[in-house]
Design a protein around this ligand. Structure first.
Ligand code: FE2
Ligand code: FE2
Length: 303
């Protein structure tokens, strides 16, 4: 074992975190639509100077809805993958088996959490916002890749959620408190997931040849390309929702600016923040220094 994480420590930290979905939403706890949901560092609505202040807030909320949907969607392929990974250890290493089962249980809770927040969103937002999917088709496509490609994608997502909170959300006092609370509580549990994923990647890669590892990293890049196509589609859905809720159609030039800037903002949110995370790059570099260099060459296009 070359990493500083071990299963017993990760499990014990995870067991000390005990929040429930019901503690964060419902029974008087709801969303305040007067405030932004997403930090500007991820939403990037301010630069769209052709939008009014109200329209920028509406777009921020639409991006918040997409965030709930996209995280709900990715958790749907993470959960079965982690359960499959845990199964061979059920009768073996107790701490390893329990750490991965705890991880899976938390992802099931997160799916529930994101769904509950989406229900509150729908109650308070005047129009329906479309999202990419269906989730099971996306999960099926991603899970059809090599397990190491999928594990790297999951590792990317976990470190991405750490970065979102630490760099953009923790110090932002303007956000809706309930939405911020969701992001904070998700971040608390995702830290342990990121560490378990690191160990999972290492286990899966054991015994693989350099050529097989290169191929698996190519698979991770292909999943990234697939997700990027989804983000482009999501940006078009977000534009449609904004025009509907604001009651104002944008000019062709404004639409073009919107689609370019918001697609890039989505790339940064879901791809750039993960692929440039130092801990993700460290793990990738241990598997293949050459593939780390490839990724570092590609990454600026997603930042
Ligand atoms: Fe999660
Ligand atoms: Fe997670």
């Amino acid at each position: 074992m070359t990493y500083r994480y071990n299963f017993q420590d990760v499990l014990s930290r995870s067991e000390r975190i005990t929040w429930r979905v019901e503690d964060l939403i419902g029974k008087g706890k709801t969303l305040d639509f007067a405030k932004p949901f997403m930090p500007e560092n991820l939403a990037h609505v301010v630069e769209l100077d052709f939008l009014s202040g109200r329209e920028k807030t509406l777009l921020n909320h639409i991006r918040g809805h997409a965030y709930l949907s996209i995280f709900g969607l990715v958790e749907e392929f993470i959960l079965p993958f982690v359960l499959d990974h845990a199964r061979p250890y059920i009768n073996g290493d107790d701490y390893r088996a329990r750490a991965f089962l705890e991880f899976a249980g938390e992802e099931a809770k997160h799916i529930h959490l994101f769904r509950r927040f989406k229900e509150e969103f729908v109650k308070g937002f005047p129009v329906a916002c479309k999202v990419i999917g269906p989730a099971d088709a996306i999960a099926k496509h991603i899970l059809s890749h090599h397990p190491l490609s999928v594990a790297l994608t999951i590792l990317h997502i976990e470190w991405m959620s750490q970065r979102h909170f630490q760099e953009s959300i923790h110090d932002d006092g303007t956000l809706d408190p309930q939405f911020k609370s969701l992001l904070k509580h998700h971040w608390m549990e995702e830290m342990q997931h990121a560490q378990l994923d690191t160990l999972m990647v290492e286990t899966i890669a054991e015994g693989m040849s350099p050529a097989q590892i290169d191929q698996a990293v190519d698979g991770y890049l292909a999943i990234g390309g697939f997700l990027d196509d989804g983000l482009k589609q999501q940006t078009a859905f977000d534009l449609e929702a904004l025009e509907t809720v604001s009651g104002r159609g944008l000019s062709p030039a404004e639409r073009e600016r919107f689609l370019t800037a918001q697609h890039q903002a989505n790339r940064w949110t879901y791809l750039g923040t993960g692929m440039t995370h130092p801990n993700f790059l460290e793990t990738l570099g241990r598997l293949s220094p050459a593939q780390r260099t490839v990724l570092e060459g590609i990454a600026p296009g997603f930042c």
